[in-house]
Design a protein around this ligand. Structure first.
Ligand SMILES: [Zn+2]
Length: 260
C-alpha cells in the first residue's frame, strides 16, 4: 500500500461531504477514513470513450479529489451511443473540456485536470508523477503500450479495460511492484491492429466493463477484497460467461525487465 498512499496532507470531510458520501461511509470497508482517503487521491484516466465515460462519472461521484483526464478527440455523433458523458450539445467540442464541465456539474468540489493531448512517447511524464494509479480506457494497442511504460516509469499500478463486440477484459498490472507482470508481458505477441476502432460494440457492455474497472480502482485505492492484481477477468456478456485467469510474468519481457 505504500506506493498507493503517497500524500501526507489529509483533508477532513465537510458536513456536505458526509451527506453526499453517506452510502460509502456506511460500508464497513470504506467508512469515514476510506472516504477521506479517496478525497486525497489522484487518479489519471486515459481515454474518454465508452469505458472512460462511466469511469469518469463514478470517480467524480465518489469523490476522488483529483482526476486527470487525457484525450485528444472531439465529441462526434457516433460517440453518443455509448459515451454517456456527452450529449448533442457537446458535438464538435473537445472531449476533455466537455467532460470537465459535466463532471463539475456532478461534483463541483473536485480538481479535474483536462489534458487535450494524445499520449505519445514524448508525453510529459509529469502528468503521471504524483498520481496513485493510472486507468487505461483507450482503444488501441500502441497507446496501451505507451501507458504501460509510463506506469512502469512512475511505479504506479495500471488498471486496464477493453471492450469489443460483446466481450471485455479487465486487468490490474502492479507496475509499482517488482516481479509482477506488465501489460507487455501479456500482449507482446499481439499484432498491432485497430480492431477496437473498426468493430461494433454493445453500448451497455462498455458500461459493464468500465464499472468493473472503476470498482477495481476503489478496491485498489482502499485495499478492499480480492483485487485483479496480475489477473485478467474475461467477460462475455452475450453468453453470461465470466472467467479469471492468472497473468504470468514474461522473464524475457523487454519492457518491464529493462525498466526495473
Ligand atoms: Zn513485462
Amino acid at each position: 500500500m505504500s506506493a498507493i498512499i503517497k500524500k501526507n496532507k489529509i483533508d477532513e470531510l465537510s458536513d456536505q461531504e458526509l451527506e453526499r458520501y453517506n452510502k460509502h461511509i456506511l460500508l464497513d470497508e470504506i467508512d469515514y477514513h476510506g472516504q477521506k482517503s479517496l478525497k486525497n487521491k489522484h487518479v489519471v484516466l486515459v481515454g474518454l470513450g465508452g469505458l472512460g465515460s462511466p469511469i469518469a462519472y463514478y470517480l467524480a461521484s465518489s469523490g476522488i479529489g483529483k482526476i486527470t483526464i487525457i484525450d485528444n478527440d472531439k465529441v462526434d455523433l457516433s460517440n453518443l451511443q455509448r459515451q454517456i458523458l456527452f450529449d448533442v450539445s457537446d458535438i464538435g467540442c473537445s472531449k476533455v473540456v466537455a467532460a470537465k464541465r459535466r463532471l463539475l456539474l456532478l461534483n463541483p468540489e473536485l480538481n479535474i485536470l483536462p489534458v487535450d493531448k494524445k499520449i505519445c512517447k514524448d508525453s510529459q511524464s509529469s502528468i503521471f508523477n504524483d498520481c496513485n494509479l493510472i486507468i487505461d480506457a483507450t482503444d488501441n494497442f500502441k497507446t496501451r503500450c505507451l501507458i504501460n511504460k509510463f506506469s512502469l516509469a512512475n511505479k504506479v499500478p495500471l488498471v486496464m479495460g477493453a471492450a469489443i463486440k460483446f466481450q471485455g477484459q479487465i486487468a490490474i498490472f502492479r507496475n509499482d511492484q517488482d516481479n509482477e507482470p506488465c501489460y507487455n508481458c501479456l500482449y507482446e505477441d499481439v499484432l498491432e491492429d485497430d480492431a477496437c476502432i473498426n468493430s461494433g460494440v454493445l453500448a451497455s457492455l462498455t458500461g459493464v466493463i468500465g464499472s468493473i474497472q472503476t470498482s477495481e480502482v476503489f478496491k485498489l485505492l482502499l485495499d478492499i477484497g480480492d483485487q485483479l492484481n496480475s489477473k485478467l477477468l474475461l467477460v462475455d456478456i452475450k453468453n453470461n460467461e465470466f472467467k479469471v485467469i492468472k497473468i504470468t510474468k514474461d522473464l524475457k519481457c523487454k519492457v518491464c525487465n529493462n525498466d526495473k
